[in-house]
Design a protein around this ligand. Structure first.
Ligand code: HEM
Length: 156
């Protein structure tokens, strides 16, 4: 595959989703083992990785543009439904993740436990569907590119 300006950023952002999900899995395992301090550090690192994903993803959407579907037309609708599912999950995961972090810092552990479990599972599914979108868009069916937001706004 070629690593041009259109593919390098999605590759970086997808890597950070995967890193973040792996850290959440490690952090969960640590708390099951009773390692509270390690759990806290690992989960903060997972949140930072998620934040980096978001910053890279948003910047490339604004400055470079998104990639349009490059596969067969009859698969397009399935891809779109899948993509929307992934985006909704990622958004829910962000809200749940912030809630979980706040509950952790406030030491409201009973609630934190409940939210944490749901957040972790949603984040795992977000990472898996994110990688699937990446494979479809960049490895299986390399797509075309739409315009960056700033070009649309300035009419460039
Ligand atoms: C988004 C980040 C986080 C996620 C996804 C998360 C997830 C979890 C999960 C799933 C559990 C329950 C484990 C189980 O019983 O199966 C848990 C427990 C716990 N978490 Fe987190 N956590 C996060 C951040 C934090 C932070 C920042 C702190 C500390 C400030 C923290 C402190 C704790 C503690 C002390 C427990 C044990 C609660 C108890 O003993 O009842 N967590 N977390």
């Amino acid at each position: 595959m070629n690593l041009d300006v259109f593919t390098v950023f999605p590759t970086i952002s997808t890597s950070f989703i995967v890193i973040s999900a792996v850290l959440v899995a490690i952090g969960w395992w640590q708390i099951i083992k009773g390692k509270r301090n390690a759990h806290k550090k690992t989960m903060i690192a997972a949140a930072v990785a998620a934040l980096i994903f978001f910053i890279v993803y948003m910047s490339r959407t604004v400055f470079i543009g998104n990639t349009s579907w490059g596969g067969p037309d009859d698969l397009k609708v399935y891809y779109q439904v899948f993509l929307i599912f992934h985006i909704v999950l990622a958004t829910v995961a962000a809200v749940f993740g912030i809630t979980t972090l706040v509950l952790g810092f406030k030491e409201k552990y009973a609630k934190h436990r409940k939210w944490g479990r749901v957040t972790a599972v949603i984040w795992f599914i977000t990472a898996i569907t994110g990688v699937a979108v990446y494979v479809l868009l960049y490895l299986l069916y390399p797509g075309g590119h739409t315009k960056p937001v700033w070009e649309v706004i300035l009419g460039a």
